[in-house]
Write a protein that binds this ligand. Structure first.
Ligand code: AMP
Length: 181
C-alpha cells in the first residue's frame, strides 16, 4: 500500500525478483484489459480516466480468477490491491477458499507534495491518462479516504510493516527486505 507515486510498482518489481514470486498489479491488469478492449476494460476505463477506483466486485473477480493460477502457488505479491475495506475482506475470503494466507502488508510512506511532481513526470514519460495534476490530486484524496484505513486493518492483524518510501530505489528495497525478514 502507499499513495499514488510512492513507488509501489517499482518496489514490487524488485521484491518479485528477490523472492522469485509473481507480482500482480491490479492497475496493470486493468490497463491491459483496456488495451485489449475487453468487457472489463470497457467498464474500468471511465473510472480510471477520472482517477476514481474501479468498483470492488470487478477487482474481486479479477483477483479471484488470478490467484488460482499455477504461477501463484509459490507465493505472490499484490500491488495496488486491496484498496478498500470490502476488497480486503473479500481477499480474506478468497485466500481462505484457496488455503493461502497473507504473510505481511507493506505500507510505503512519503510526503504527498513530492509525489505529485514525480507523477506528473511519469504521466509525460509513460503517457498514462490518469497522471495529470488534477487527477493525481483526486487519486491522492481517494487514497486517504478509502485505502489508508487498510493500514489500521492490517495493523490489527499484526503483520503491517511501515517503510519510508523516500530515497534511492535500492535503499528502499533494502528497507522493505529488512522489514519483512
Ligand atoms: P495503479 O496502477 O495501481 O496506480 O492503478 C491505476 C488505477 O487503476 C487506479 O487509480 C484505479 O482507478 C484503478 N485500480 C487499480 N487497482 C485498483 C483497486 N484495487 N481497486 C480499484 N481500482 C483500482
Amino acid at each position: 500500500m502507499g499513495p499514488p507515486g510512492v513507488g509501489k510498482g517499482t518496489q514490487a518489481a524488485c521484491i518479485e525478483k528477490h523472492f522469485n514470486i509473481i507480482h500482480l498489479s491490479t492497475g496493470e491488469i486493468l490497463r491491459d484489459e483496456i488495451e485489449g478492449n475487453t468487457r472489463i476494460g470497457k467498464q474500468a476505463k471511465g473510472f480510471i480516466d477520472l482517477g476514481q477506483l474501479v468498483p470492488d466486485p470487478i477487482l474481486l473477480d479479477i483477483i479471484e480468477i488470478r490467484l488460482v493460477h499455477d504461477d501463484c502457488k509459490n507465493g505472490f505479491l499484490l500491488d495496488g490491491f486491496p484498496r478498500t475495506l470490502p476488497q480486503a475482506i473479500g481477499l480474506d475470503k478468497i485466500l481462505r477458499d484457496c488455503h493461502q494466507e497473507l504473510d505481511c502488508a507493506i505500507s510505503l510512506k512519503a510526503d504527498e507534495d513530492e509525489l505529485v511532481g514525480r507523477l506528473v513526470l511519469r504521466g509525460k514519460e509513460l503517457g498514462r491518462s490518469d497522471d495529470s495534476k488534477e487527477i493525481i490530486k483526486k487519486r491522492q484524496n481517494i487514497y486517504w479516504e478509502q485505502t489508508a484505513p487498510l493500514i489500521d486493518f492490517y495493523r490489527g492483524k499484526g503483520f503491517l510493516k511501515e517503510v519510508n518510501g523516500i530515497g534511492e530505489i535500492p535503499e528502499i528495497t533494502n528497507r522493505i527486505l529488512e522489514a519483512i525478514k
